[in-house]
Unconditional design. Structure first.
Lengths: 114, 115
């Protein structure tokens, strides 16, 4: 399977600042990348789908101006949480896909907003 | 919209025993994929097993096997000879057969393995 990395693995920031999370596909050209959010002891909730070179498609209820997604290449997607607030604290996970192949997940990023 | 239901929030099994985790789903599609993912305390999502709906044969991966009942829209996971390392959250997931679609997850089942 593909190797997917996320950076940083955990981040603590002050309320009102912006945080960027990177998702890299190390050995797999990902035409599509997905961003999920997971609350403690809950399931994964899809936030957005991004295709390389296109604008991301956001799920209902996800603010696109708050969660900026950029998929500039087949191996890199970034999620920027703008003007973060404590309620944005969560575990963010990316996954990569190519056609009908199985999706592969990054190790996740734990965000804590103080 | 497709929904995935895991009706067992928690399950417990003794080491070396067998346990079955249940999953049902709702879809109007005839072709799709079903998955079981494991999420240990590290929170890394690990693919356990994958089933294509057009295949009648149940998928098997070593100690892990599924019972896929397409008409009943049921996709249970059987873990044989349970090991302590099997303790984790298990998520059932559905994905349409067309490319570019995200996984639709159930709420998960927490599996505890006791010595």
């Amino acid at each position: 399977g593909a190797v997917v990395s996320q950076h940083p693995s955990r981040v603590i920031c002050k309320s009102g600042t912006s945080v960027k999370i990177e998702c890299r596909s190390l050995d797999f050209q990902a035409t599509t990348m997905f961003w999920y959010r997971q609350f403690p002891k809950k399931s994964l909730m899809l936030m957005a789908t991004s295709n390389e070179g296109s604008k991301a498609t956001y799920e209902q209820g996800v603010e696109k101006d708050k969660f900026l997604i950029n998929h500039a290449s087949l191996t890199l997607s970034t999620l920027t949480v703008t003007s973060a607030h404590p309620e944005d604290s969560s575990f963010y996970i990316c996954s990569v896909g190519r056609g009908q192949e199985t999706q592969y997940f990054g190790p996740g990023t734990r965000l804590l907003v103080l | 919209a497709q929904t995935v239901t895991q009706s067992q929030p928690e399950m417990s099994v003794q080491e070396a025993e067998t346990v079955t985790l249940s999953c049902t789903y709702d879809t109007s599609e005839s072709d799709y994929y079903l998955f079981w993912y494991k999420q240990p305390p590290s929170r890394q999502m690990i693919l356990v097993i994958r089933q294509e709906a057009y295949k009648q044969q149940n998928a098997t991966e070593n100690r892990f096997s599924v019972n896929f009942q397409k008409a009943a829209k049921s996709f249970s996971l059987k873990i044989s000879d349970s090991q302590l390392g099997d303790a984790a959250m298990y998520f059932c997931a559905y994905r349409p057969i067309n490319s570019g679609y995200a996984l639709n997850f159930g709420k998960g089942t927490s599996l505890l393995v006791t010595p």
